[in-house]
Ligand binder design. Structure first.
Ligand SMILES: CC(C)(COP(=O)(O)OP(=O)(O)OC[C@H]1O[C@@H](n2cnc3c(N)ncnc32)[C@H](O)[C@@H]1OP(=O)(O)O)[C@@H](O)C(=O)NCCC(=O)NCCS
Length: 186
């Protein structure tokens, strides 16, 4: 069941415009929405996880949870955490956009927001395990494949990575995405 205030994917209206906001969750309610969206995608839709996709990075709060809004509706997520803080290596995962909001310009800014946030936090490289159907999507955002395909969470994934932007540029990106952009501006 979706959290109070968060519509289920099946009942969501198709938006007629695409004003997008992406930023770190700012309240317990937003964190609950973030977890609910992840559950709808990774447990209910993709069945990658049987009951919950939460893991140690959520429980110990080492992950930075981001949320994406499309026309005011909480419709997407991504999270990031430091894999190797000393070497500035971060991982991004749990990228998800509710089905009715896909291809409307929310997924790409969520990825850009994760990349910029990791850079602001001192990272130099972000890596991710990418489902094969999304490799092209990430390539279009500047990511490169790195290494052989692997089994991750029971599915074949392609390791990919991207060098993180300079901190000043990253801060500007984080601010711009938090203020809200039109999908066409990206
Ligand atoms: C992958 C996902 C996050 C993309 O989100 P989205 O909101 O549809 O992405 P956007 O609308 O920002 O897409 C940006 C562009 O990439 C394209 N695109 C979207 N998904 C794509 C894919 N899988 N492969 C190639 N291109 C894709 C869009 O058509 C759009 O093209 P355009 O700029 O020419 O209009 C979304 O499909 C999703 O949540 N899928 C289910 C969960 C999942 O697979 N998570 C990722 C695990 S690795």
């Amino acid at each position: 069941m979706p959290a109070a205030g968060l519509p289920s994917a099946g009942s969501l209206p198709r938006p007629t415009a695409s004003q997008v906001v992406c930023r770190q969750v700012a309240s317990a309610a937003e964190l609950a929405d973030h977890f609910t969206i992840r559950r709808q995608i990774f447990v209910d839709e993709q069945a990658i996880f049987a009951e919950s996709d939460l893991d140690i990075h959520d429980h110990d709060m080492s992950a930075v949870a981001l949320i994406g809004y499309c026309d005011g509706i909480a419709a997407g997520t991504v999270r990031l955490f430091a894999l190797d803080p000393a070497d500035g290596i971060w991982q991004g995962d749990r990228l998800a956009v509710l089905a009715p909001y896909r291809t409307r310009g929310l997924g790409a800014p969520l990825v850009r927001c994760a990349v910029a946030t990791a850079a602001v936090l001192g990272g130099r490289l972000m890596s991710a395990h990418i489902q094969l159907a999304n490799v092209r999507f990430f390539q279009r955002l500047g990511w490169e494949t790195c290494g052989e395909r692997e089994i991750y969470a029971g599915l074949v994934h392609q390791p990919m990575s991207i060098g993180l932007p300079p901190s000043r540029e990253a801060r500007a990106t984080v601010r711009r995405l938090a203020a809200g952009v039109s999908a066409r501006d990206l």
